[in-house]
Design a protein around this ligand. Structure first.
Ligand SMILES: Nc1ncnc2c1ncn2[C@@H]1O[C@H](COP(=O)(O)OP(=O)(O)O)[C@@H](O)[C@H]1O
Ligand code: SF4
Ligand SMILES: [Mg+2]
Length: 346
């Protein structure tokens, strides 16, 4: 098997042309996903995670536009394919799972019928569709696949519906699955079950996973490597253990501190103080500067994403110079009051 990455994204830039001006939602993003690897993409709401995913599979709709860059899936440049060829790639080379199962499921058809359509759309009419669908539903833990195939989406629980969407995403055995907040809408117990299931499924099939979440707990449970996104840019990239043990970006440190703890009242997630910059009017310099307790003079110049350790990149002047981000010091400087519980990012 080749060791070339399944997905290689280079300098991807996607903008929305709104009445308030051009919003650069994804700004020069580059990364790759290795075969069978689970890469996490984490960041607060509005940081550009979903637009990155939608750009990869070319489902950005007006007023959005992919401005530049390259998206290579298994060596094929997707950004230059015609729409017909692109449609064939969606679902076959790259499966998709989104936050709300009802965006993927049609309420008026039984799920088995919808899966049959998905097979047909990819030229698999000749195969034994019933057997494939039964197996796909059994693989996602459906207790009675025959009965579930005959059910309509509204007859299922949220967790069951999301299992069906995962079964559909995996139906054509893609090399890459893109899952955007796949369990965010589910309650905590079901969320854990669905994540366990995805983990087993992609492991059994050798499928690479690009997993988008705002939840560091989900990252810790699932990922091999992590990208941290802020205001349209990647600000840190590292193997998961390294990110948790020795993060080199103040924003990531803040996200890590915001993981809800067992002793926090339910529903009260800690959030980072301050808010991200207005994407239509980005400040010069580091985009995290107005929230950063380490900010200094040179942070008025925009930092690049550079290696700070093997396999570890950070977009921060301090750590690029070998400076340390002391966890205790950072949280002291952020101020205990500023970390008050509030609504959570999504
Ligand atoms: N349809 C749209 N029209 C205008 N701007 C949009 C649209 N969709 C997304 N954006 C912009 O792109 C940014 C990134 O959005 P998104 O990728 O959905 O964030 P995330 O998934 O990280 O929460 C948003 O902050 C918003 O400014
Ligand atoms: S470059 Fe400066 S402002 Fe930006 S994260 Fe690093 S220390 Fe903070
Ligand atoms: Mg999103």
């Amino acid at each position: 098997m080749s060791s070339a990455p399944v997905l290689r994204v280079k300098d991807l830039t996607t903008r929305f042309y709104t009445s308030q001006g051009a919003v650069t939602a994804v700004d020069g993003v580059s990364f790759s996903v290795g075969r069978g690897e689970t890469l996490g993409l984490v960041g607060e709401s509005g940081s550009g995670k979903s637009v990155t995913a939608m750009s990869i599979i070319r489902l950005v709709s007006p007023p959005g536009r992919i401005e530049s860059g390259s998206v290579e899936l298994n060596g094929t440049e997707l950004l230059s394919l015609d729409e017909e060829a692109m449609r064939r790639h969606r679902g076959t080379s790259a499966g998709m799972v989104f936050q709300n199962p009802m965006t993927a499921l049609n309420p008026v058809f039984a799920v088995g019928w919808q899966m049959r359509e998905a097979l047909r759309a990819h030229g698999r009419d000749g195969e034994d569709a019933d057997a494939i669908i039964r197996k796909a539903l059994a693989d996602v833990g459906m207790p009675d696949p025959l009965r579930q195939a005959a059910s309509f989406p509204h007859q299922m629980s949220g967790g069951m519906r999301q299992r069906v969407v995962i079964a559909m995403g995996m139906l054509n055995d893609p090399q890459l699955l893109i899952a955007d907040e796949p369990t965010t809408a589910l309650d905590v117990t079901i969320q854990a079950q669905v994540l366990d299931l995805m983990k087993k499924l992609i492991h059994d099939h050798g499928t690479a996973l690009l997993l988008i979440t705002h939840n560091m707990g989900v990252i810790a449970k699932m990922c091999d490597r992590v990208l941290v996104m802020y205001a349209g840019e990647i600000v840190e990239e590292a193997p998961v253990e390294q990110l948790f043990a020795d993060s080199r970006h103040p924003y990531t440190r803040g996200l890590l501190r915001s993981i809800p703890r067992a002793d926090q009242p339910r529903g009260k997630l800690l959030t980072l103080p301050g808010s991200p910059p207005d994407m239509s009017e980005l400040p010069p310099g580091c985009r995290f500067r107005n929230r950063c307790s380490y900010a200094q003079e040179r942070c008025s110049t925009h930092p690049s994403l550079l290696a700070v350790a093997p396999g570890h990149l950070a977009r921060c002047w301090v750590t690029q110079d070998g400076g340390r981000l002391d966890a205790a010091e950072g949280s002291k400087r952020a101020g205990a009051g500023a970390l008050a519980g509030a609504g959570h990012a999504g």
